[in-house]
Design a binder for this molecule. Structure first.
Ligand code: G6P
Length: 763
């Protein structure tokens, strides 16, 4: 590293200035200390001579005074001593000092006059001296004085000595600094430069990040910059490749461009209960977490692509500290691409709205999984209040926006579309229902089904994962509400407002991870299991929120049955269940957690030997990055949901298997089973079938695994989340609004019915 002249000159200048200031200050301090010491020494000496001098004077033996004053002849800095009478005439002076002094010093006459001691520097005949005068006082008054004289030449330190010291110090400091800079920064900077070059020319994931705390923040920033560059390059290459192959695959880039075109000048707003980033206190720091939610995984790329605003409930205990006074912040934290607006609920609101009506009422109502829905009037009241609160927040965010696009998410907000449409008829509103829709009889047990349906039909577009759920919804509306249903076009006309109902199968990003040939799944399996002290040849994996719709106890009983039917798998197969605790304040979920843990323990106790057990239950939320190694190393992934709108775990597993190996065992009651026909499709209630499916997965020839996995990957690749978002927004953009175009500030929002009536009158 070459150190440039400017650095050296500024270092020299700066250090010299600081060093000189300190040298001057230090010299002054030193001088002051010496003067204080000199005063003290002179005073003590004068005091010590007071008694002998007084005795001599009383005895009238003035000649003895000469012996006394001569005792202090040439003693170091001490120049001598003198005794004066009351008139200021010297009675005795140290030999040789008299000629240096000349006349009686002024300090002596002053001390005799005032009766007070005096100390001062003064100019004697040839040189400077310090004098301390102690008056001798009796009852009759001041009878004389003792004066102590010191040489003061030692007090004047030559300035050149300070200058030399200062220059030497400056040079030393500058030299040391330059050497330190060269040693401590030169090497890391060289590494950093090489690393940046590797990043620029290669894969950011492959480049080895130098471990240096000094440049830690810089390397982190550079890494994310390089990552964006790499992604942009990959997207451009992919686009070019697709153009070349005349394929039309949805990518993040294509979604971005398509959304720009479809949104035009409009902005996009998404509403969900679950927020994409939650801030929580961890000791003295604040951590940012991504909660376990398929909805969050799916929606994030959309918001990133169009820099929209996501409105969601604030659930982290450090959420307030990390947002502004309106609850707004930019996310993701390390690469800000869109806005998050947090909405705070009171404890009662959260209990009634989220735990109560949404998760004890609507969730079990829509999932046919044998858990009874609970409908409490107070929960319903909170559900309405919170929907209204969100409507308020969304309207605030949309203020001043022309024809905004709103994506309302899930069963938490069935009433929101109507509330929004009434206030903003110019908004294009879609409601995506992430969970199944049951048949009209099942839904009909809800005491507020009409209100819910009416709220939903405020949307211009309602999306479900599969056509069967759309059909169930239309049948439910037909039964419960007055409306016209167009079965040919899958739409509902209620009070002159048209709502289209369409399937949009949600998916994952499918980043097309290249196959890492260096990864040995067998070695990876034993590495992963080794962490839990388990040794096994085969590994199955399951990843879920611990929810009764996911069929986790059923899955464990399937593993148990496998051990009974195929004892050869004992000591050979371990099933790892990653289970994120969920909705833990609800009793049914607490019971389920106890059941899942109990079943795992029971089955393990039954078969466990030495360093092997059939089930490892990891009761904690794992990040996407933590889960990936399990997906890549597993012999099979098991999804046994008793009822699921889609199930993204199935698609994530397929997306992770770039080696085209491994099998997917998939419940036929998931939306995903409609697309992934090459999975081993099972009925999770049939324990024997689960056991046989595991055996089939473990004995499936590599070629067959490859054929099945390749076909499933092709499906997930093509029907990825960008396509989901692209088609949902495309459909929404095609909606004909029932309002005449207007300037928001000019006209107050009108109810759609009013608009329709006005249109009829005009027509
Ligand atoms: C399902 C729902 C989502 C929800 C997720 C996690 O996927 O469709 O709306 O966010 O479960 O559940 P939680 O209650 O923790 O948000």
């Amino acid at each position: 590293m070459k150190l440039n002249r400017r650095l050296i000159v500024s270092l020299l200048g700066g250090v010299a200035a600081v060093s000189s200031i300190f040298a001057i200050y230090q010299a002054r301090e030193e001088m002051h200390a010496l003067k204080v010491a000199l005063d003290r020494q002179a005073r003590l000496l004068a005091e010590s001579q007071r008694l002998p001098v007084e005795q001599i004077l009383q005895a009238g033996k003035t000649q003895d005074l000469h012996a006394l004053t001569d005792r202090y002849q040439n003693q170091g800095q001490l120049a001598g001593m003198a005794v004066y009478d009351s008139k200021g005439q010297p009675l005795a002076i140290t030999t040789g000092l008299e000629t240096r002094l000349g006349a009686t010093p002024e300090a002596v006459t002053s001390a005799l006059r005032t009766g007070q001691s005096r100390r001062t520097f003064f100019r004697a005949v040839r040189d400077d001296l310090h004098i301390y005068v102690l008056p001798l006082r009796t009852d009759a008054g001041t009878v004389g004085a003792i004066a102590i004289f010191h040489n003061v030449d030692y007090l004047t330190v030559p300035i050149w000595r300070h200058a030399i010291f200062s220059v030497a110090q400056t040079l030393l400091i500058v030299l040391m600094t330059l050497l330190i800079v060269r040693w401590s920064m030169g090497k890391p900077l060289r590494h950093l430069a090489l690393w940046l070059r590797d990043l620029r020319v290669g894969d950011p994931a492959a480049a080895k990040l130098p471990k240096d705390e000094l440049f830690g923040p810089l390397t982190t920033e550079a890494k994310s910059l390089a990552s964006s560059l790499h992604m942009a390059r990959a997207a451009a290459e992919e686009e070019a490749r697709l153009r070349d192959a005349s394929l039309s695959l949805w990518t993040a880039e294509r979604l971005r461009i398509s959304m720009q075109r479809k949104l035009g000048t409009s902005r996009l707003f998404a509403v969900s209960n679950r927020e994409p980033y939650e801030h929580v206190h961890q000791g003295n720091t604040i951590a940012c977490k991504v909660p376990p939610s398929g909805l969050v995984t799916a929606l994030e790329p959309v918001l990133r692509a169009c820099d929209g605003t996501w409105i969601a409930q604030a659930t982290g205990d450090a959420d307030r500290e990390t947002a502004d006074e309106h609850g707004r912040l930019r996310v993701p934290p390390d690469h800000q691409q869109y806005s998050l607006r947090r909405v705070w609920l009171s404890k009662q609101e959260e209990d009634g709205f989220y735990f109560g009506f949404a998760n004890e009422g609507l969730w079990p109502l829509c999932h046919i999984a044998h858990t009874r829905p609970i409908f409490r009037t107070e929960d319903w009241n909170h559900y309405q209040t919170v929907n209204r609160k969100f409507a308020e927040a969304v309207c605030e965010e949309m203020e001043g926006e022309h024809e905004p696009f709103v994506l309302v998410q899930d069963y938490h907000f069935a009433l929101l579309p109507r509330m929004l449409k009434e206030r903003r008829p110019d908004a294009r509103i879609a409601l995506f229902w992430h969970i199944p829709w049951p048949n009209p009889e099942a839904f009909g047990i809800c005491p507020w089904q009409r209100e819910l349906l009416d709220g939903m039909l405020g949307a211009d577009l309602i999306g479900f994962h599969i056509q069967a759920h759309c059909n169930n919804f239309l049948a439910t509306v037909e039964r419960a509400l007055e409306s016209r249903i167009d079965h040919a076009h899958f739409s509902v006309n209620r009070q002159d407002h048209l709502t289209s109902v369409r399937p949009f199968p949600i998916s994952v990003a499918f980043n097309g991870n290249g196959h890492n040939a260096a990864l040995d799944p067998a070695a990876e399996r034993s590495r992963l299991l080794h962490q839990f002290g388990v040794h096994a040849e085969f590994m199955g994996v399951g990843v879920d929120r611990v929810d009764y719709t996911k069929g986790i106890p059923e899955r464990f009983r399937g593993v148990e049955r496998l051990m009974e039917l195929y004892p050869d798998y004992r000591e050979k197969l371990t099933f790892v269940q990653i289970g994120a605790p969920s909705r833990t304040f609800i009793k049914r979920y607490q019971d389920l957690m106890a059941e899942v843990e109990g079943e795992a323990e029971r089955i393990n106790r039954r078969f466990q030997t030495g360093s092997w057990k059939p089930i490892v239950f990891l009761k904690r939320h794992h990040s996407h990055e933590e889960i990936q190694p399990y997906y890549r190393a597993a012999d099979f992934c098991m999804v046994t949901a008793l009822h699921d709108g889609m199930n993204l775990v199935a698609k994530e597993f397929v997306g992770a298997r770039a080696d085209e190996q491994g099998s997917l065992i998939l419940s036929r009651f998931t939306g995903a089973s409609h697309e992934l026909a090459d999975a081993l499709i099972v009925n999770p209630y049939d324990t024997d079938e689960l056991a046989h499916a595991m055996h089939a997965a473990l004995t499936m020839p590599a070629d067959e695994q490859r054929i099945r996995m390749a076909r499933m990957r092709a499906v997930v690749k093509e029907r990825n989340v960008y396509r989901w978002a692209g088609s949902l927004i495309g459909e929404l953009a095609g909606v004909r609004l029932e309002t005449a175009p207007r300037t928001i500030s000019e006209q107050p929002p009108r109810r759609p019915q009013v608009v329709a009536r006005a249109a009829r009158l005009a027509g």
